[in-house]
Write a protein that binds this ligand. Structure first.
Ligand code: HEC
Length: 105
């Protein structure tokens, strides 16, 4: 089971590495493309590491989203998928996606 999770995490990072090649001025949609697969689907549950309710982040305050992502990045929050994702985001990316999601309804 551990290996399976590591595999998924690696696959996710490879995908993110590709996304990171986009120009710095890439539109916000490229930065959030990775999030849409899990967040933003009503009632969606991630299937690893266990069945997990994926929280809705659209419409939450930018400050809240930003501090949550920073907490994953620093390891204060433990969810392995979100840690992998947050640690691949720069502080600017985090500020951008936080602003983007706070505009969502
Ligand atoms: C593979 C599925 C998946 C992807 C992709 C994903 N997330 Fe998450 N996210 C989750 C899950 C599951 C949680 C709940 C984890 C927990 O309880 O700590 C979560 C939690 C969060 C939280 C905290 C929400 C709260 O109310 O505490 C934020 C903010 C967040 N994600 C933002 C993002 C952003 C921004 C992206 C894209 C850059 C992203 N996520 C991509 C599954 C995902």
């Amino acid at each position: 089971m551990k290996n399976f999770i590591a595999c998924l995490a690696l696959a996710g990072m490879a995908q993110l590495a590709v996304a990171a090649d986009a120009p710095a001025s890439s539109p916000i949609i490229n930065k959030v493309a990775n999030c849409i697969g899990c967040h933003g689907i009503p009632g969606y549950k991630a299937s690893f590491p266990e069945v997990y309710q994926v929280p809705m982040i659209g419409g939450q305050s930018a400050k809240y989203i930003e501090s949550a992502l920073q907490a994953y990045k620093k390891g204060e929050r433990k969810h392995p998928t979100m840690r992998g994702i947050a640690s691949s985001l720069s502080d600017q990316d985090i500020a951008d996606v936080a602003a983007y999601y706070s505009q969502q309804k």
